[in-house]
Each structure stands twice: as structure tokens, then as C-alpha cells.
Write a protein that binds this ligand. Structure first.
Ligand code: F0G
Length: 347
């Protein structure tokens, strides 16, 4: 039914809020038996790749675009490592308003670029990193009156709280740990706010430890200082100066959580494990939490038997290039049964 309808009572919806809806939300919370066994925990993946534009961004974008229209704005703008732009472009298309997206040139996964272009956004490749593109987008928004739909827009984070509500609605409780990739640091903050709201409403009686994971080459929250030249294969979280750093720190401190970093190699290994042992194909950034859980298990820092939800923030199909560089090629055969049997009978 879409996030705005599903959680109408918990969102700032007024009679004047337009009914924007791409049937986002209600994504599957998938129990992962084989990966759970490997880690000695109860592990669930919330597969945000099932959202209409293939990432969690749709939860907040639907509200941000609805409120922009309600406030009389007639165009949206954002900077993005790829998913925000795909989502903004999709909702703008659905409402027939222009969308401008600023991307770090050459650093956006192919599927995300294809999405923004197909949805009809004006795509601007900035010769600089995401952090610089975000500064420019903010200035552009101020000068033109376009609605800024990055997570500096408060409605984005309010809509993203719905992920936490769904988890609690399905589990009937909060998880012990909430594991999540951290880039611009909005989502971890939104989830923490969402869990707290549910606790206040008496819908859950405990709160999870918020465990944020960053890529080692782009880990300003782990190392506690901005990273001027962020670099990682997980381009979605290739961010050196997160705008919501203060909120993310508060979430981790208040929940007795942690920030940890993982290497690109660990992220890619986790992506393969999630696909080959979980049956779920998520993009590299989304696999930072699993990489982190594996790392913590190796350090004896993962308590036995706890319930962990990890947020699989984006669909693996968005970044086919990275996936293909990790796997072998198909086995090519002539169109004969003999050739086929050779393959089927080989060890
Ligand atoms: N995972 C994916 C797949 C993302 O696209 C992002 C952020 C994150 C995790 C991190 O979330 O920023 O709330 O801490 N992508 C943004 C974008 C920056 O432009 O698409 P965060």
C-alpha cells in the first residue's frame, strides 16, 4: 500500500499532502539459516533491494517528494552516489516534475546511472567526489528554489524510520543488534529514531545496539575525522564527510553500539557469502554489515544466539560490473547432449 498509507498515523501527513506512492516499503525480512549457522546467531536480512527503485531510499523519498509538492515546490535536486538519484528521479517522474541529480563522475554503478537516465532526470556528472557534489546541490537548491531531497531534508529521515517499524511489526520485538552500512549517516539515525518511537508507543520494550559499518577507505565515523579522499569499491558509501555524522554518533552512543570498518576484500567476500549461502544478491555497500559480523565473530566479539537484523540497503543488480569481476565466466558448450553430459558429470 506504500509507506505513506501504511504508516499514516506516524508520519507528518496532512489533508493537503499529495498521495505519492510507488508501493515502496513492506520489504521482506529474510531469515538466513545457513549464514546464521556460520555465525552462531539468528540473522535476518531486510532486503531493501525489493523497493521500487531497488534501494531503501524510496522510503524517505516518497515523503520528501510529497511534502515538496505540498509546499509548492515544482522541481527536485540531489547529489548522490547513485541510489538517492535513482529514487528521486523515479518519484519525480511519477509526479511529472523535473529532477536534477549531481553524481561523482565515473564513480556511480552502471545500473543506478541507467535508472536515473531512464526515469528522465537531468543527470550532471561532477568532476569531484560526492561530498563536493552535495555542497553544490545545496547551493543550487538555494539559488533556484528546487526542493533538496538529500537526507538533509528532514522528511527523508522521517520516512526511513518505517524500516524500523516494519522490522518490529514482523519480529514482534526489536532485534538485539541492528547492523547497517553507514555512508552519509542518515539511515542509521532514522532507524534509531524509528525504534525509539516504537518503544515510546509501547510496541517494543527493548532497543537494539546500533552497529554501523563503513568501508575502511571511507570511514570517517570509525576514525573520528573527515576523510578528504574517500575510496572504496562500495561506491554507494564512498563518502568522506557525512552530513548526519552527529546524529549517527548519538545513535551509536545512546544504544551502546559501535562503528567498525571493513576492507573492500571483506565486503566482496561477504557479498558472495550472502548470495551463495543466503540466496540474496545485494550490492557491495549493503554487504558491509555482514563483512563486519564475520569480522567480529573472528575476534570473538559476536555474542552467541543473539538476533541480528542487517539492512541490505540496495539490490545487487545495480552493480553488475563489480559482481562480474568476482565470479567466473559461464561454461560455454556446443549444442550437443554429449557436451552437456561432460559438464553435468564433471566434479
Ligand atoms: N547503502 C546503500 C546501497 C546506499 O546507497 C547508501 C547511501 C548507504 C548504504 C548509506 O546510507 O547515507 O544513509 O548512511 N547512498 C546515498 C546515495 C549516499 O546517494 O545514494 P546513509
Amino acid at each position: 500500500m506504500g509507506v505513506l498509507k501504511h504508516y499514516k498515523e506516524l508520519l507528518p501527513i496532512t489533508p493537503a499532502t499529495p498521495d505519492v506512492n510507488l508501493e515502496e516499503g513492506c520489504t521482506p525480512l529474510i531469515y538466513l539459516p545457513r549464514v546464521s549457522k556460520r555465525l552462531g546467531i539468528k540473522l535476518y536480512g531486510k532486503f531493501e533491494g525489493c523497493n521500487p527503485s531497488g534501494s531503501f531510499k524510496d522510503r524517505g523519498m516518497v515523503l520528501a517528494v510529497a511534502k515538496a509538492l505540498e509546499e509548492g515546490k515544482r522541481a527536485v535536486i540531489c547529489a548522490s552516489t547513485g541510489n538517492t538519484s535513482a529514487s528521486a528521479a523515479a518519484y519525480a517522474a511519477s509526479q511529472g516534475i523535473p529532477c536534477f541529480v549531481l553524481l561523482p563522475a565515473g564513480k556511480v554503478a552502471l545500473g543506478k546511472l541507467a535508472q536515473a537516465l531512464m526515469y528522465g532526470a537531468k543527470v550532471i556528472a561532477v568532476k569531484g567526489n560526492f561530498d563536493r557534489a552535495l555542497e553544490l546541490a545545496r547551493e543550487g537548491a538555494e539559488k533556484t528554489g528546487c526542493a533538496m531531497v538529500n537526507s538533509v531534508n528532514p522528511y527523508r529521515l522521517i520516512g526511513q524510520r518505517s524500516g524500523a517499524w516494519e522490522i518490529c511489526d514482523v519480529l514482534g520485538k526489536a532485534p538485539d543488534w541492528h547492523a547497517i552500512p553507514v555512508g552519509n549517516a542518515g539511515n542509521i539515525s532514522a532507524y534509531w529514531a524509528g525504534y525509539n518511537e516504537y518503544k515510546k508507543l509501547g510496541k517494543i520494550n527493548s532497543l537494539p545496539r546500533m552497529m554501523g559499518f563503513q568501508a575502511e577507505g571511507a570511514a570517517p565515523l570509525v576514525f573520528n575525522k573527515p576523510c578528504p579522499n574517500p575510496e572504496t569499491i562500495a561506491t554507494a558509501i564512498r563518502i568522506g564527510n557525512p552530513v548526519s555524522a552527529h546524529l549517527a554518533r548519538a545513535a551509536v552512543n545512546e544504544s551502546n553500539g559501535e562503528f567498525n570498518s571493513v576492507t573492500d576484500e571483506e565486503i566482496l567476500a561477504a557479498q558472495k557469502i550472502l548470495a551463495a549461502e543466503g540466496g540474496v544478491f545485494a550490492e557491495p555497500a549493503s554487504c558491509a554489515p555482514l563483512a563486519g559480523l564475520i569480522k567480529l565473530k573472528g575476534l570473538n566479539k559476536l555474542p552467541e544466539g543473539i538476533t541480528v537484523t542487517m539492512i541490505l540497503t540496495g539490490n545487487g543488480l545495480k552493480d553488475p560490473d563489480t559482481a562480474m569481476s568476482q565470479v567466473g565466466k559461464p561454461i560455454e558448450i556446443n549444442d550437443t547432449l554429449e557436451d552437456l553430459m561432460k559438464v553435468l558429470e564433471s566434479k
